[in-house]
Design a protein around this ligand. Structure first.
Ligand code: DGT
Ligand code: MG
Ligand code: MG
Ligand code: MG
Ligand code: MG
Length: 283
């Protein structure tokens, strides 16, 4: 095809290839969900329907994008982890981020009715922002996931105590805020237990731990030997890249695996040791 005189405009597009051999985390977050959750009267502090809808949309994202190894969600956010060998869209950042965001948003809206049958969606529709962050080591990646799960715990303990003081203790929001200012976790646990007979440990795991979406393969018993993680592998970057046929085989295996949602601790080693495929060279 002959070049038109307009073609030079293509040169204005900036390359945005994500650094090779690094873990890609795409985090999406609901836009203005403070307002959105009020509009649809989400239950406080946690609305199970809203969380189940987030989880449903994330499962659909993992189904549509087999390159994602694991995802983690709390509140109105979800983090999607792409394996460091991922070659999707030649690792072009804007293609990866925009695809995750639009796929998630499409499924969120598509499934809304299943979880909120009494409240049809009206304009303005929910939307999400997204960003990609790169983590060079497994330790960095695990620390990222731990950071989000610790955030879930801290926020949930605070919100649970805050809303209990209001809903069961009859406090005004300002009073509750004052009562909790500067309190430690143990003190919040104590307020819940001594004043309201609530044992925080008995709260639902989905609220305390958040939601982990992953492909369900067989769990490995702790202590069993398996292929070592590649953190300090002597292999070159090239050697770590999977061959095309192997990659295709793995892609098919991943596409067939059942995608599950779990609410468990991923801060301790055990979670990763029992699922060695998550961080191995062969996702
Ligand atoms: P942004 O992200 O800067 O556009 O603004 P927001 O308003 O989305 O703020 P963000 O993401 O920091 O906080 C999430 C909001 O969503 C927060 O106000 C609480 C609300 N939210 C999330 N999940 C629930 C829920 O299960 N129940 C209720 N009542 N609210 C929720
Ligand atoms: Mg925000
Ligand atoms: Mg938000
Ligand atoms: Mg948020
Ligand atoms: Mg196109």
């Amino acid at each position: 095809m002959a070049n038109s005189k307009y073609e030079y405009v293509k040169a204005f597009e900036q390359p945005d290839i994500l650094l090779p051999n690094t873990w890609i985390v795409v985090r999406i977050d609901g836009r203005g969900f403070h307002k959105f959750s009020a509009k649809y009267a989400f239950e406080k502090p946690n609305d199970r329907r809203a969380l189940d809808l987030m989880n449903m949309a994330s499962k659909a994202v993992l189904t549509d994008l087999p390159d994602i190894v694991i995802a983690y969600g709390i509140s109105d956010e979800y983090s999607f982890v792409f394996h460091k060998t991922c070659a999707l869209f030649e690792r072009r950042e804007s293609k990866i981020v925009s695809t995750v965001v639009s796929t998630f948003t499409a499924h969120y809206i598509y499934h809304w009715n299943t979880f909120f049958p009494e409240q049809p969606l009206t304009l303005p529709l929910p939307s999400f922002d997204g960003r990609a962050v790169l983590y060079p080591t497994i330790q960095n990646l695990r620390d990222y996931m731990s950071w989000r799960q610790v955030d879930c715990h801290i926020n949930n303990l605070y919100n649970t105590t805050f809303w209990t003081l209001i809903q069961q203790g009859g406090m005004e929001p300002q009073e509750a805020e004052k009562a909790l200012a500067g309190t430690l976790a143990a003190e919040k646990n104590e307020i819940l237990f001594s004043r309201f007979n609530i044992n925080y440990n008995n709260e639902a795991e989905i609220y305390k731990k958040g939601s982990i979406v992953l492909r369900d393969y067989e769990l490995v018993e702790p202590g069993t030997s398996h292929e070592p993680l590649d953190e300090n592998s002597a292999k070159t970057v090239e050697e770590q890249q999977l061959s095309k046929t192997q990659e295709e085989k793995d892609r098919k295996r991943r596409a067939k695996a059942r995608i599950t949602v779990q609410h468990v601790d991923m801060i301790k080693d055990e979670f990763w040791e029992r699922r060695p495929w998550l961080l191995s060279n062969k996702p």
